[in-house]
Design a binder for this molecule. Structure first.
Ligand code: TA6
Length: 300
């Protein structure tokens, strides 16, 4: 509606809200609500477990079998993978950030109705093999969801090398019916073929078996078209050269204790970050920011 009286400021948006709650397994969690959407974030891993627009099914997928206990990664939502991706000898998969309890530094309901929360990775023994750094994570909830991971090298003289990735699990109606757009001509490491180097020639990627691909040197927006849920999801990114696409399919699902045997049918990971040969090196005193914006639209 047009404001008839130029002296009267337009009506303020309803401010967003932040609530402190006990989540599953009594892990501390915050609930965020805005006029458009709601979200839940566990302090362990600064792990977003749900983002849902009002009137839509959740954008993010959560396994019904996920563990919620200290020191164990949550299965679903958005694990923050840092400072390494994949296996590191004797050190487990996907870094330590996803199992540490992050400090909540700030939460700010903005005048436009959005809410931002900022977390910081605490000091921990595992970080001592790196030059000193800080890692801040800002989640902004509005009609869309924006994620920012800011890593600053606090060393005076040593470069900081690391991998990062938002290992996002999306909720889909039927994984075999979706179309994944935005990866044509990108080259990838195919983990299901012993990391063979390949290039995607098809304009649309479809899933009909296990998929585990690390696409390199691609900063393009990826789109998931989901005819069963009648929606389109957009994944826009900045400061990210890699995209990982993962669906465990039948056998891997059965092997994962914290994942239901049939759940592969309703999820797909499209992960944005900098991994493998796209690993980042940040000079002393400098920062690097990974930004991802997730949005959705119902199909006509
Ligand atoms: O990003 C894909 C991937 O690296 C897969 O290879 C797969 O095993 C997955 O992540 C899950 O890893 P996680 O350590 O959470 O079981």
């Amino acid at each position: 509606m047009v404001n008839q009286n130029p002296q009267t400021p337009p009506k303020a948006q309803t401010p967003g809200r932040v609530m402190f709650l006990d989540g599953q397994g009594e892990l501390p969690m915050i609930g965020i609500s805005t006029i458009w959407s709601s979200a839940e974030v566990y302090l362990q891993g600064a792990h977003l477990t749900t983002f849902r627009k009002h009137g839509e099914t959740p954008l993010t997928f959560m396994s019904q079998c996920s563990r919620f206990s200290e020191g164990h990664a949550i299965r679903g939502g958005i694990p923050v993978v840092f400072p390494w991706f994949g296996m590191r000898e004797g050190m487990g998969n996907h870094g330590f950030a996803r199992v540490k309890t992050w400090e909540l530094k700030e939460f700010a309901p903005a005048p436009d109705g959005s809410v931002s929360v900022r977390f910081r990775l605490p000091d921990c023994p595992e970080a001592s093999s790196y030059p000193p750094f800080t890692a801040d994570y800002v989640i902004t909830v509005s009609e869309s969801l924006t994620l920012q991971l800011i890593v600053t090298n606090q060393s005076q003289d040593e470069p900081l090398a690391f991998e990062n990735c938002f290992h996002t699990y999306f909720n889909v109606g039927d994984v075999t019916a979706i179309s994944i757009l935005g990866l044509q001509n990108a080259s990838f490491l195919d983990k299901v073929a012993n990391f063979a180097h390949r290039t995607q020639t098809e304009d649309v990627l479809r899933v009909s078996s296990e998929v585990d691909r690390i696409y390199l040197n691609t900063s393009a927006t990826v789109e998931i078209q989901d005819p069963r849920l009648g929606r389109k999801i957009r994944i826009e990114k900045q400061g990210s050269a890699s995209t990982v696409v993962w669906n465990p399919w039948i056998a891997k699902s059965q092997q994962m204790p914290d994942f239901g045997n049939d759940e592969y049918q309703r999820m797909l990971c499209i992960e944005s970050g900098n991994v493998a040969s796209n690993e980042l090196t940040v000079a002393p005193g400098r920062s690097s920011t990974l930004t991802v914006r997730l949005s959705s639209e119902l199909l006509p």
